[in-house]
Design a protein around this ligand. Structure first.
Ligand SMILES: [Zn+2]
Length: 82
């Protein structure tokens, strides 16, 4: 089961995480970069850079299309004053 999808900080490809816990090692199957998840951040071992997990998250929201656009059309006809 895929828990999260992040974008590889090294090559930008999507990495599907099947597990996410403190200290888990993540290896990008595209560029072979090794990352370690710790304290809510992703450490890119190759360069010793840290990235916020949130920054690496893929924002493709395929489910839950929120339609917040509620145009009140009643407003149009509501100006009859007697
Ligand atoms: Zn990569």
């Amino acid at each position: 089961m895929v828990v999260k999808i992040i974008l590889c900080p090294s090559c930008g490809e999507e990495i599907e995480l099947t597990d996410l816990y403190e200290g888990v090692e993540i290896r990008c199957k595209f560029c072979d970069a090794l990352m370690i998840y710790q304290e809510g951040r992703i450490l890119l071992v190759d360069t010793n850079e840290e990235f916020d997990l949130e920054d690496l998250q893929s924002y493709e929201e395929e489910e839950g299309e929120e339609e917040e656009v509620e145009e009140e059309e009643d407003y149009y006809y509501g100006e009859e004053e007697y």
